[in-house]
Design a protein around this ligand. Structure first.
Ligand SMILES: [Zn+2]
Length: 246
């Protein structure tokens, strides 16, 4: 069993603290910087075995070196990101299984936001860490990849079991909800989410860990599958551009 705790970092990033209950091995996913993660570890009296990176952007790897040094943690990432992840010493391939104690994550290479982007999929624990590729109600910008690559990556995530909980790299729920409502103004269920989510955010709740089924229903990018069967990639490409200017 794996326990997952979001740690809010910087303005709207989430790092995640993972603990394998069987062995006590721990990891942090995408530490933007060490400060908030160190405070969390100190409060919880925990150490750190691994640092898992989804991609090389500074707001996902900024805490790598300090945390690695302070705790003797090993930095884990995609082999294609060699040279871009500070302190990296574990180089994973697509589909490789990474063991955090008795918890096992499959590495999914999902290029688009960056070319070396990966997700960590813990099948038995039904959760996936999607970095800046799939957000709740959104997806990452195309900094390095093509729309085709990003769409293929999103489809790969969409094919996971629908009860898989999604842990993404940023708190963008309310921002993305505004765009989703712009795309589907007639969707009453989407409108009904607004008040609940605004209240939750006002209380400081992290709006992450919703299941993939929620994304399939409401995410305007994954919705391209249903909204334009047969030409989903073309619609995805248009919507991504529209979102960039939204
Ligand atoms: Zn990024």
């Amino acid at each position: 069993m794996l326990s997952v705790t979001p740690i809010p970092v910087l303005k709207d990033n989430y790092a995640y603290f993972l603990e394998d209950q069987a062995t006590g091995e721990t990891a942090v996913v995408d530490p933007s910087r060490a400060l908030e993660v160190e405070a969390f570890l100190e409060r919880q009296e925990k150490g750190l075995t691994y640092i898992l990176n989804t991609h090389h952007h500074w707001d996902h790897v900024g805490g790598n070196e300090d945390l690695a040094k302070g705790h003797g943690a090993r930095v884990v990432g995609f082999k294609g990101d060699r040279g871009r992840l500070p302190g990296q010493s574990v180089f994973l391939e697509d589909n490789e299984i990474f063991a955090l104690g008795a918890s096992r994550a499959r590495v999914l290479h999902i290029p688009g936001h960056t070319l070396g982007h990966v997700a960590y999929y813990f099948e038995e624990d039904a959760c996936v860490f999607t970095g800046d590729t799939l957000f709740h109600l959104g997806c990452g910008r195309l900094f390095e990849g093509t729309p085709d690559q990003m769409w293929t990556s999103l489809l790969r995530l969409a094919a996971l079991p629908q009860d898989t909980r999604v842990f993404c790299g940023h708190e963008y729920m309310l921002l993305n909800l505004a765009f989703a409502r712009y795309i589907a103004p007639q969707d009453k269920e989407l409108e009904d989410l607004v008040l609940d989510f605004e209240r939750a955010r006002a209380k400081g709740e992290a709006l992450v860990g919703f299941p993939l089924s929620f994304e399939m229903r409401f995410n305007p990018f994954l919705r391209c599958l249903l909204d334009a069967p047969g030409e989903a990639l073309a619609l995805f490409t248009r919507r991504r551009l529209e979102k960039d200017a939204f």
